[in-house]
Structures are given as structure tokens and as C-alpha cells.
Design a protein around this ligand. Structure first.
Ligand SMILES: N[C@@H](CCC(=O)N[C@@H](CS)C(=O)NCC(=O)O)C(=O)O
Length: 363
């Protein structure tokens, strides 16, 4: 029997991230489709809310959240090279790109799925949750289940006002990533790391595998489509990360895009978090959102929920920054200044976040 079981789905953003990592790691795992029965018997009793992917570890414990799954498999497998770069600046950048892949590229991923692949997505959702039913019956179930995900569009900031900006930004991102791939096979060098698996989240299930989105990616950025194929297959790469803890120059346009678009949203969210955290005590469950913010993408602005989870991913990146020695911090500051991210040097969350029973709480 395989050591690990990953409960997820081919259509799922975060299952793609975990799967690509597990393949690369060479972990002995099997994937089981998260059918309605799996949600009822495994996910809800152990996690408390309906979410995938969920991982059963060799000792039977259930882990949710891809960062935790990756961390726990890394600790259990003891293999080299580590998925999280061992050197400080690359580690920081990998965590920033995890924040970007997990919590910002959701906008193009979800927009392209639900604007251009809606019927296809309903059929896929239905087929995975009720494989025993007929195609029309699956479609009806898929439509019901899919509405929950489609309903996340305004929460993320996808509206008629922002869609032109989301499309312009995504197409420019594809160009930037293609130019990077002309010089380096993976994000930080000659082999994949956490940054690559994090970008597989949006770029595999939604933007490559959804038919209309995949056509667009292959047309505009065949090198990105090819990177998706290699990375999702768990390819090991042919060498190491860039030497001397450097960040490839060709990655800077992508980091600049992240700082320009995502950082203001994080800062606004953090202000609302501060207001909420002012009168709550340690251990209090953190709501999924603190209110509303305005997101701006390529000059197109619209409302979005001030979601708390991105601050959790940001806290991990800021911890890596704080842990740096003076030399690494000086190099990080130079990088931040060149990508428009200097605000991160002094960025403070008003209170620390923690996770308890698969939910965010105030530490
Ligand atoms: N932070 C979580 C996110 C998981 C997640 O959002 N999964 C999606 C499917 S890809 C889901 O099930 N969402 C349901 C929900 O958020 O209510 C992770 O990294 O595992």
C-alpha cells in the first residue's frame, strides 16, 4: 500500500501543487478522487470544512493545506535537495512566489475558468463527485457544486471592471515567464523548488488543462505550457538553483508585477486585520475576510474581500526575511528596492497568525 494518500482532483488548483511536488519528491503516494463520499467520510470529519487537497500520512494523520503537506512530507522523507531553497534570499523569493501563486494568480485562473470554460467545468465537477451517474446527471451535480467556486469570483476581485486588467496582466505575465524560461528551465535555476510547485497551482488545472485556457497558453506562451508539463510531471531538472543565492534577472519582471498588484492589496488587508485584531485575544479564530478592499490590476480597479489567508502566506515570507543575517538582508533589500517591494522591509502584521485544527487563529 502506498505510504501517502492524496485526496484531490485533477480540476483542483491546490491538488496540482501538491501532486507536482509529490512526484518530484519521489514520494510513494496514491491519489484518490475526492468524491462526495470522501468529503463525507474523510474530509469533513477530519478537517471540519469542505476543502481539497487533503493528505493521509503514513501514520494515518490527516493534513490539510499544501504548505503543511509539503513541510510534513519533507520532514518525513529526509531527501535532498530540499524543496525550500536552503539559502536565504532564494528561500525568501520562493515564499514570495508561493504567496503569488497561491493567493494572487487565483484571479486569472478563476476568471478564465468561469468565463471561458464554464460548461466544461460543470461536467468535470460532476464527473469527479459522482462518477457512477450519467453525463447529464453529473452535469446537474457539477453545476450545483461548481456554483460555490464560481461564487468566489467577486470575493477574489473578478468583476466586469477588473476583467480587462486581469487579462492584460495575465497575458503580460505569460510573456515575462516565457522570457525567463528562455534563460532558465525553472523559476530559480536548473531544478524546480517550492516556487515552481506554487505556480503550478494556477497554471496547471485552470490555465493549462481547462480547454480554452490551455489553447490560449499554448498559443501565447508555448514555453510556459512546456514548463507546466515538465513541472507537473515531477521532472527533476538537470542541475542546481542559481549559484551564490542569486535571483535570476529574468524573474524580476514577475516579482515587480507581484509587488505592483498584490502588495497594495496585502497592505490594505493588513490595516483591516489590525482593526479586527485590536480587541480579540490569542486563540480566537480568524474570519476568512475582514471586510472589503479595492484591488487594482493594470489600472482596472474593483472590490475584493480582504481575505485573511494571504496574510498567513505573507507571514511565512516575512519570517524568512527576519531570519536573515546582515549580508543576506542587504541583498534582499536591494532586490526589494529593484522590484518595488521596499514596503516589505518594514511590513509588520499587527499580530501573529497561527493555524489550529486546519483553521487560522490569532497566535
Ligand atoms: N490554502 C489551501 C487552499 C486549498 C483550497 O482553496 N482548495 C480549493 C480547491 S483547489 C477548495 O477546496 N476550496 C474550498 C473553499 O475554499 O471553500 C491549500 O494550500 O491547500
Amino acid at each position: 500500500m502506498p505510504a501517502y494518500t492524496l485526496y484531490g482532483a485533477e480540476v483542483s488548483y491546490f491538488t496540482g501543487k501538491a501532486r507536482a511536488y509529490l512526484r518530484w519528491r519521489g514520494a510513494d503516494f496514491e491519489e484518490q478522487i475526492a468524491t462526495q463520499q470522501v468529503y463525507r467520510d474523510i474530509i469533513l470529519p477530519n478537517v471540519g470544512w469542505p476543502v481539497i487537497p487533503v493528505m493521509k500520512m503514513p501514520d494515518g494523520t490527516i493534513v490539510q493545506d499544501t504548505a503543511d503537506i509539503i513541510e510534513q512530507v519533507e520532514a518525513a522523507e529526509h531527501r535532498l535537495p530540499p524543496v525550500l531553497p536552503a539559502t536565504p534570499l532564494q528561500r525568501f523569493v520562493a515564499l514570495l512566489l508561493q504567496l503569488y501563486g497561491d493567493e494572487w494568480l487565483t484571479l486569472p485562473a478563476m476568471h478564465y475558468r468561469w468565463t471561458y470554460n464554464e460548461d466544461w467545468a460543470y461536467s468535470e465537477f460532476g464527473a469527479l463527485s459522482a462518477p457512477q451517474l450519467s453525463r447529464p446527471e453529473q452535469y446537474e451535480i457539477g453545476k450545483k457544486n461548481g456554483q460555490r467556486f464560481k461564487g468566489a469570483l467577486p470575493v477574489l476581485g473578478v468583476h466586469p471592471e477588473t476583467i480587462p486588467g486581469i487579462e492584460r496582466s495575465y497575458e503580460a505575465f505569460l510573456g515575462e515567464f516565457s522570457r525567463h524560461l528562455d534563460a532558465h528551465p525553472f523559476l530559480l535555476g536548473e531544478r524546480p523548488c517550492l516556487a515552481d510547485f506554487s505556480l503550478i497551482g494556477p497554471l496547471y488545472a485552470h490555465l493549462y488543462r481547462d480547454p480554452k485556457s490551455g489553447e490560449l497558453m499554448k498559443l501565447l506562451a508555448p514555453a510556459v505550457a512546456e514548463w507546466v508539463e515538465r513541472t507537473h510531471a515531477g521532472e527533476a531538472g538537470t542541475g542546481e538553483l542559481a549559484a551564490d543565492d542569486t535571483i535570476p534577472e529574468t524573474l524580476l519582471p514577475i516579482l515587480r508585477r507581484q509587488m505592483r498588484e498584490q502588495l497594495p492589496a496585502l497592505m490594505e488587508t493588513n490595516e483591516l486585520f489590525a482593526g479586527w485584531a485590536a480587541d480579540v485575544s490569542s486563540g480566537t479564530p480568524v474570519p476568512r475576510a475582514f471586510g472589503e478592499i479595492i484591488v487594482t490590476i493594470e489600472d482596472h480597479a474593483g472590490p475584493a474581500a480582504a481575505r485573511s489567508f494571504p496574510l498567513w502566506r505573507l507571514q511565512a515570507a516575512l519570517d524568512a526575511y527576519e531570519a536573515m543575517d546582515a549580508d543576506a538582508k542587504a541583498r534582499a533589500d536591494k532586490l526589494l528596492s529593484s522590484i518595488g517591494g521596499s514596503a516589505l522591509r518594514t511590513f509588520q502584521l499587527p499580530a501573529r497568525l497561527a493555524r489550529k485544527d486546519c483553521r487560522l487563529v490569532l497566535a
